[in-house]
Design a protein around this ligand. Structure first.
Ligand SMILES: Cc1cc2nc3c(=O)[nH]c(=O)nc-3n(C[C@H](O)[C@H](O)[C@H](O)COP(=O)(O)O)c2cc1C
Length: 232
């Protein structure tokens, strides 16, 4: 009996490690990535973050910090404190350079549940869909696919060329989940944060974390009905 319990706990361990890879690339949409990092900081055991050079450039445009000198953020300044205003006292967020092809996440033997690429540029999408493991982001995505783990890609570009569309089709055929950066409006957003949260909630749903960051479709109607019923 004891052995069975041990086996069960081993099996559970292998199903979910609470470790995720979060890659940010040079497409517009850095606020999605930062909000996701903020949520994962509380939820996950370990988050491995890889930020491409182009993402640092886009971050400069989209994440202007209050009181910052206006100078471009350097790679060495990347930290949870800098990005989400939370110091990482337990060392659960590990930043990797995209050039570090020997990082832990470059190997399938490193336990992890999967990877999210948000925002995903068309350049990174092309690399992933064609198996080019030339930097750590591409390699980690390649590993996640070959190990049959969850790969969530959040592409952002408009309009889309046939090359983009074909690359999207290919990664989905290979097992990736595509969540285009297309927030909905049916939850009646009043702030940009509502739009960001809508998309981040969709990503979290795919990761297996069910968090109501915004009101889900059907919930308002249910609440209205229950109010009406309690009034009868
Ligand atoms: C401000 C800014 C916004 C950009 N937005 C996009 C975008 O939305 N989608 C995209 O595919 N590329 C976009 N690019 C171009 C990419 O950053 C560029 O193709 C880069 O080589 C991507 O490299 P990476 O995939 O290694 O991050 C943008 C570039 C800049 C400077």
């Amino acid at each position: 009996m004891k052995k069975n319990e041990d086996d069960a706990s081993l099996a559970l361990k292998s199903l979910s490690s609470g470790r995720w890879v979060l890659a940010m690339t040079g497409a517009s949409g850095i606020p999605y990535a930062l909000r996701l990092l903020e949520v994962l900081f509380d939820l996950c055991e370990e988050v491995h973050v890889v930020v491409s050079d182009a993402a640092i450039r886009v971050m400069h445009e989209e994440h202007k910090r209050k009181g910052s000198s206006g100078r471009k953020l350097s790679r060495s300044q990347l930290s949870t404190e800098e990005l989400i205003g939370r110091p990482d006292r337990n060392g659960k967020v590990i930043f990797h350079s995209p050039n570090d092809i020997g990082a832990s996440i470059a190997s399938g033997s490193h336990p992890c549940d999967g990877m999210v690429i948000v925002p995903c540029s068309m350049s990174t999408l092309a690399a992933v869909s064609n198996g080019l493991a030339s930097n750590l982001i591409h390699r980690a995505a390649d590993v996640v696919l070959k190990e049959n783990r969850k790969l969530i890609i959040v592409p952002r570009e408009t309009p889309l060329s046939l090359i983009h569309l074909e690359n999207m089709t290919k990664v989905v055929r290979c097992g990736a989940t595509l969540i285009p950066a297309m927030p909905g409006f049916y939850h009646q957003p009043t702030e940009i944060q509502d739009l960001v949260d809508m998309l981040v909630m969709k990503i979290l749903d795919q990761m297996g974390y069910s968090l109501d960051l915004v009101q889900r479709w059907g919930k308002a109607a249910e609440e209205d009905t229950s109010v009406k019923l309690s009034m009868i």
